[in-house]
Design a protein around this ligand. Sequence first.
Ligand SMILES: [Zn+2]
Length: 215
Amino acid sequence: MFDLHRHLTSSSPLDDCFYATSRKEEWKAVIRAPYGAVGLLPSEPLRDVQEIYALLAAHPHLQIGEAGLDRRFPDPDGQEAFLRELLTIAVELDRSVTLHCVRREGRLLAILRSMDKLPRLLWHSFSGSYELACESARLGIVLSYGPRLKNAKLSGEGKRVTRFPFGLESDHEKPTEDGYEEAWQAHQRWFADLTGWSLDQLVRNNDEKRTILAH
Ligand SMILES: [Zn+2]
């Protein structure tokens, strides 16, 4: 199954995964991935927008991600300003944005609602409430369910989590491929059990979301 969100390891990138980056040092490597995105998380100094723009312009297959808001790090206003710049670039260059959000869901939605135009959006490792999922779906966001969904209240909704545009991700962030395939397949089986969707249906659904978000 195509993996909608994971990170680079020491091995060469696979061709059935959408690779996100969170630090500038990873940008060069992600260009080699068939499906990749240039991103910067609030744990890093949030700058170099011009450099991101230049990379995207030079590499039409690259998307933006991950980027977003994170309460564990300072300067919420700076985080917001940076995200707004990336969203604007994404619209201009017609790229998708993979969103990262830790305990700033209300502010993230307010930002998205205030934009004139939104790019295609993937909310990675979504584990918010059912109501938040409804709001996100109204904005056209694709929710990406990773292994963390298992511990989120939302998984108590069972089959109802498939009412929204969604896809599955491994969220693999280890330095090597060790355990990747096993964990990814276990997540797919767990989600199929939770929702009653067959693996074939889930494969087709993730392919459809790849076409929307990673091309
Ligand atoms: Zn990630």
